[in-house]
Design a protein around this ligand. Structure first.
Ligand code: FAD
Length: 326
């Protein structure tokens, strides 16, 4: 994902959470922001220790590595590589990927150049600026996108904005729906009802370009011409490459020892929704506990000769130093 926060940020950023100890209520996005602020001594604001927008594709044991046994070799789809002595997997229900429109031609390995799934960095001129953009979807994500684009400045906003949905009923927050209905009534946004069945592609260049969608509508098949298509159907988690990392799995979750959260591969730990053990509960609170015990177990495994003392943040000078307080 482009930002940290997992499900809290991707699936329920504005919903209230009431069961995180010590925080009577906060939204998903607020919790992620608080956790990041707390982790700041170890995750600096310059992002140098955070590697976003890429999926870990492989995790292998590299016994031949000169630094010794159990050197884990991680590789991301973007080409980032790490060698590590221990790894903590916190992959939730899998990597979040944008839901795609299921039409022949749009799910090919070579996607059309004018097919998009996310809004772009506000500092970069949007490719659809001054053109006809169709936003597909009828949930919070699609409607918020339409609202943002209708209010966007000249470098980000399309000249013509169409919202495409299968029926004249949205699954979004009432206030968001009211705002988008207002844009439709005033003519700033055109609402097109129909289900995409096929597409027209121009394949004369190096990368295909989407010219039109063929919609199934109440009046039969109808073409929808467009310059750019932004699909906003939400996100869904996919376990993806994790199933090939050689970890013992039970119903698509990593089996762990509940006293250390170590997986079947010594040195690889799993915490949060991705793991399973007797009594497992998929709750934020449980993830915090599991991460704590996994960190202690990993520390002991990495430094077996060093006595492992439990230190309190309230009183330990060492922890104060690590937190940058002294
Ligand atoms: C609608 C909803 C409401 C909820 N409300 C509550 C609540 O009120 N209280 C509560 O305690 N819990 C709640 N939960 C559950 C809670 O959100 C989860 O237990 C928690 O988010 C699990 O955290 P996690 O870090 O294990 O996984 P996730 O939050 O799923 O994060 C995993 C992250 O890893 C990334 N990832 C996965 N695989 C890869 C890969 N190969 N490469 C790179 N990145 C990868 C994913 O993209 C994701 O960002 C709710 C869940 C939902 C869906």
């Amino acid at each position: 994902l482009p930002e940290p926060g997992g499900q809290c940020v991707a699936l329920y950023p504005d919903k209230p959470i009431y069961d995180v100890p010590g925080i009577p209520v906060c939204t998903g996005r607020e919790l992620a922001a608080q956790l990041l602020a707390q982790a700041r001594p170890f995750v600096p604001a310059d992002g140098s220790t955070l590697h976003l927008n890429q999926q870990v594709m492989s995790l292998a044991v590299d016994d031949a590595h000169p630094l010794g046994k159990h050197r884990f070799h991680l590789k991301s789809g973007a080409g980032t590589e790490f060698m590590a002595r221990c790894v903590i997997v916190s992959a939730g229900a899998g990597a979040f990927v944008h839901k795609a429109l299921a039409i022949p031609g749009l799910d090919t390995a070579q996607a059309p150049a004018n097919l998009h799934h996310q809004l772009l960095n506000a500092n970069i001129a949007a490719p659809w600026a001054g053109q006809h953009l169709v936003v597909a979807g009828g949930g919070d994500e699609a409607l918020q996108t339409v609202l943002d684009l209708a209010n966007a400045n000249i470098t980000q906003g399309p000249a013509r904005l169409t919202l495409l949905h299968r029926r004249d009923q949205f699954q979004a927050e009432a206030s968001l729906e009211a705002a988008v209905r207002g844009l439709i009534s005033s003519g700033q946004v055109q609402l097109v009802l129909g289900v995409p069945q096929a597409c027209e592609l121009d394949t004369s260049g190096t990368q295909p370009v989407l010219r039109a969608l063929t919609l199934s509508t109440a009046d039969g098949a109808a073409p929808l011409m467009l310059d750019h298509l932004l699909v906003r159907l939400g996100m869904s988690p996919k376990l993806g490459p994790l199933s090939e990392w050689g970890l013992a799995l039970e119903r698509k979750q990593v089996s762990v020892n509940p006293s250390t959260f170590e997986s079947s591969v010594p040195g690889i730990y799993a915490v949060g929704d991705i793991n399973t053990y007797p009594g497992k509960k998929r709750l934020l609170l449980c993830g915090f506990h599991e991460a704590t015990l996994a960190a202690h177990a990993a520390s002991l495994a990495l430094h077996p000769e060093t006595p492992q003392h439990l230190l309190y943040t309230t009183t330990s000078p060492l922890l104060h130093q690590r937190l940058g307080l002294i």
